[in-house]
Write a protein that binds this ligand. Sequence first.
Ligand code: FES
Length: 167
Amino acid sequence: MDVIIINLILSGKMSKNNSKRVSNNFSPTGYSEKVMDHFMHPRNLGSLKDPDVIGMVGNPVCGDTMVLSLKVGKNSQKQDYIKQIAFETLGCGAAIATSSIITEMAMGKTLEEAWQISDTDVAGELGGLPPVKMHCSNLAASALKQAIEKYYAKNSQKNDNITKNYI
Ligand code: FES
């Protein structure tokens, strides 16, 4: 149902007023306005030139895939932090919305702080997701964790607060 409605909006067969009414009622898509906003206007979409690290995860059940690229800098306390972040996602509307919002949530955070972002944090930041779409938030959180873990491994850094924990 959600794909059909989104296609109608994109094709101009449904007016924005109608689409707004649908999201305000959380029915029939079940998506919040924030989900629809991030799906229709994704932030930090694309890939970075010369990224420091890339995280890539896929969901073997639905086949959706997310690639997250990061540039890492040092803040004034000499901690590694996310200086730039971008994503490319092949997947459903919820996967695109969760990918988009996790880039906003992670930007500027230290790697340790960003690594703490969970799938439930992502869904909560979007105002919730329908239960059948909760797994989509896992894709975004897992890609971010994987990228951070790979960054530490690549730079031969050990951080006891970061453990391998991605799909
Ligand atoms: S349906 Fe697979 S991530 Fe959304």
